[in-house]
Every structure is written in structure tokens, then in C-alpha cells.
Design a protein around this ligand. Structure first.
Ligand code: NAP
Ligand code: 2RA
Length: 374
């Protein structure tokens, strides 16, 4: 499978420094961490594989590693730091001795197995939608609401990828001047629907180019040379599940239960990284230059905004990057309090694996362990 990944140097050199890097670039922790016994449920999937890669790239202190998936994958091997690990079928008994269990195998598996992981003493970091809106479960983007991690009860939810990317991009503006309303239109890549959906795009491109019949198994419509409204069910309010998740999860993370948000979620024939056209109505005017200055200092954000070269955020360049790319920062000519942006972020990283590993890094900090013991 062809992917364009721009590998960033994000290794966490063990023992270096001891603080978070907040300025210009990803929210990186460079301090010591306690070694953790790790399990990954859904290790063979699009997100699971990225969790392994990010743990490796960040030099996360892994004391032991358990790779779990369905019976279909039992016996396969995946590499971590050059060593093969055998995938096991996930069972209720899989979590003995595990400190941190990453879940990325869908909401049904999270509901079934997360209680067993928690009962065995693990902290669950869940990528599915199973617990995101549970008032007892923190829903966290570390650049936005890291304080919510303090109140976890054994389960921490990672937000929907579209919401995570949007939240990272607009939070600095919300903090500075307050957002009154968000209108967001998305351009969501196929990998957002999993490894099989990515493969479906590649297969359809080959079939089309070779003049063969274009077949489909994952998406309801042809994705190659096409785009369509997000492939989740449309609810009674007229918005599909993805759009409703963006609204509810943004409000929860921003602690703004009434924040008006108008999303339109679209699936596009891109392999990896979601893009979003964002229009903000602000509490008070903010010039594009002021917004750019805020973004340049914001953790987790990279400004890609060169009107002369017509170079703005693109999924190809955002793929593999931990940062969310933000550009096309301009005034809303129809509203003095308006601001428009274009955003691209790797939804397998900031929208899933990287956000989850950031949370794990917080849990592994000696200071967090000490607070939890109080
Ligand atoms: P995926 O590529 O389809 O992978 C699914 C994983 O779940 C595979 O490892 C699969 O194992 C495992 N699995 C499926 N059925 C199972 C079962 N009955 N028992 C145990 N394991 C089972 O999907 P994905 O894109 O990685 O998504 C995984 C989760 O992350 C979903 O909840 C999704 O909503 C969420 N998420 C995805 C993204 C994204 O961008 N893709 C972003 C944020 C959140 P086998 O290989 O054995 O089938
Ligand atoms: C998508 N919601 O459909 C998924 C990613 N989590 O892109």
C-alpha cells in the first residue's frame, strides 16, 4: 500500500529535560517516564499499527507488550523495535499485569473488553466512540483539556478524529478571543474508515485505470474519482453520526455545552489525513496576522500559509506529521468578527494513535503517578 509519510523526528530521548514543549510544534513531553506494561487491542488495524509506530518513534518505555486482535489475526506477527511479537485473540483474561490498554477495535469490542481491562488494573485509552460521551469518562486532547485527565476512573476516551483535529486547530483562538460559532466542512480520507477502506480506494483506482468493473465492499458508493456525504447513518436531526460526534465532542472538550457548531462531513478519495474548511465567528475581531501569530505559538499546530506560493495545508504533507497543519488564515469578508482557516491533520496520528500515546505519556510521568496515589 503506497503512503506518503513525512517522518518527523519525534523521538523522546529518555531522561532528557523534564518538561513539555508547548511552543511551536507538537505538545511533546521530554521528561522521564515510568516503564509501562502495554496492551493494544486492535493491533492489526489502521490505528493499532500506528500506535505501535508512535510508541517506537517516541521511545516510550514499554516494559512488556501484548498485541491483541480477533481470532482471524491470532498467530500473525508484528514488529516492535526490531523484535517480532505474536498477535493473540483478545479475551477477558488478556489484561493481567497490563498498566495501559490501548483500544482500537471498534465500540463493540471496547464495551465488551474495557471493563475486563479496568478490572485487571489497567487504564484504558479508548479510540472508539463507546465511552466518549459518558460523563464519568474524560475525553481528552492534551493540547486542549489535559486537566480533565486528573478525573479519570480507569477509562480515558480519545475523541473522534475530525473533532481532535478541529479542536487542536481552533483552541488557541478560543482561548484568546472566544469562539461564538464554528462552521466546518470536512474532506475525510479513506483511512478514517479503517485499513480495508484504504485498500478499497487503491483497488478501485486500479480497476478504473484498467477499464475493469469498479467493485466495493466497505463504502456505500464508489470512492475513486468521487466523493460523498460521510458514510455514517443520518440521524433524525438531519446530521449523520460523524457530524453529531463533532458537535457533541467539541462541546465536551471545550467545556462549552451550548457552543454552536455546523458540520458537513464528506468522504474524499484521499488515502490518509483529513482536511477541514473552518469558518469561525468570534466574540471580538481577530485579524489574520493576529491569528497567525497565535497559531505559530500553539502546541500541536504547524502554520502552512504561503499565499505567494499558493502553498496551504494538504493531506499529503500532513500525513505522518504529529502537528495539525493550519493555513489559508483570512478574514471572513461577510462578517467583521469572522475568520476562515483551512486545516489538514493526520487522523491516524493526531486523530487517534498520537493523541492516545500523548495521554499514555501523561500517565507514565512520575508526577502523574504521584498525584494518582494521593
Ligand atoms: P481497522 O483498520 O478496521 O482495524 C480494526 C481492528 O479491530 C483490527 O485490529 C481488527 O482485528 C480488530 N477487530 C475487529 N473485530 C474484532 C473482534 N471481533 N475482536 C477483536 N478485534 C477485532 O479499523 P481502525 O481504523 O484501526 O479503527 C479502529 C477503531 O479506532 C475504531 O473504533 C475507530 O472508530 C477508531 N478510530 C479510527 C480512526 C481512523 O482514522 N481510522 C481514527 C480515530 C478513531 P483483525 O485484524 O483481527 O480483524
Ligand atoms: C472517519 N470517524 O470516518 C472516522 C475516523 N475516526 O473518518
Amino acid at each position: 500500500m503506497t503512503q506518503n509519510l513525512r517522518e518527523e523526528s519525534i523521538t523522546n530521548p529518555a531522561g532528557r529535560g523534564g518538561s513539555h514543549l508547548h511552543a511551536a510544534g507538537a505538545f511533546l513531553y521530554f521528561g522521564p517516564m515510568n516503564a509501562q506494561n502495554i496492551a493494544i487491542v486492535g493491533a492489526t488495524g489502521a490505528v493499532g499499527v500506528e500506535i505501535l509506530r508512535v510508541l517506537e518513534r517516541r521511545n516510550f518505555p514499554v516494559a512488556s507488550l501484548k498485541l491483541l486482535a480477533s481470532a482471524r489475526s491470532a498467530g500473525k506477527t508484528l514488529e516492535f523495535k526490531g523484535k517480532p511479537y505474536t498477535v493473540e485473540e483478545v479475551k477477558a483474561s488478556s489484561f493481567k499485569g497490563v498498566d495501559i490498554a490501548f483500544f482500537s477495535a471498534g465500540a463493540t469490542r471496547s464495551r465488551e473488553f474495557a471493563p475486563h481491562a479496568k478490572a485487571a488494573g489497567a487504564v484504558v485509552i479508548d479510540n472508539s466512540s463507546a465511552f466518549r460521551m459518558d460523563p464519568n469518562v474524560p475525553l481528552v486532547v492534551p493540547e486542549v483539556n489535559p486537566g480533565d485527565l486528573r478525573n479519570h476512573n480507569g477509562v480515558i476516551a480519545n475523541p473522534n478524529c475530525t473533532a481532535a483535529i478541529l479542536a487542536t486547530a481552533v483552541w488557541p483562538i478560543h482561548q484568546a478571543v472566544g469562539i461564538r460559532k464554528i462552521v466546518v466542512s470536512t474532506y475525510q480520507s479513506t483511512s478514517g474508515a479503517g485499513a480495508a477502506a484504504m485498500q478499497e480506494l487503491e483497488d478501485q483506482v486500479h480497476q478504473y485505470a484498467e477499464g475493469r468493473e469498479v467493485t466495493r465492499k466497505v463504502f456505500p458508493h464508489q470512492i475513486a474519482f468521487n466523493l460523498f456525504s460521510h458514510n455514517t447513518k443520518v440521524a433524525e436531526n438531519g446530521y449523520n453520526e460523524e457530524e453529531n460526534k463533532v458537535v457533541e465532542e467539541m462541546r465536551k472538550m471545550f467545556h462549552a455545552p451550548e457552543l454552536p457548531i455546523l458540520p458537513t462531513c464528506i468522504r474524499v478519495p484521499v488515502l490518509r489525513a483529513h482536511s477541514e474548511a473552518v469558518t469561525l465567528e468570534l466574540e471580538k475581531p481577530l485579524s489574520p496576522a493576529e491569528a497567525r501569530a497565535l497559531m505559530e505559538k500553539a502546541p500541536g499546530v504547524k502554520v502552512v500559509d504561503d499565499p505567494v506560493a499558493n502553498h496551504f495545508p494538504m493531506p499529503l504533507e500532513a500525513s505522518g506529521d504529529l502537528d495539525v497543519h493550519v493555513g489559508r488564515i483570512r478574514s471572513d469578508l461577510s462578517n467583521p468578527n469572522g475568520l476562515a482557516l483551512f486545516v489538514a491533520g493526520d487522523q491516524l496520528l493526531k486523530g487517534a494513535a498520537w493523541n492516545a500515546v500523548q495521554i499514555a505519556e501523561e500517565l507514565a510521568r512520575p508526577a502523574h503517578a504521584a498525584q494518582a496515589a494521593e
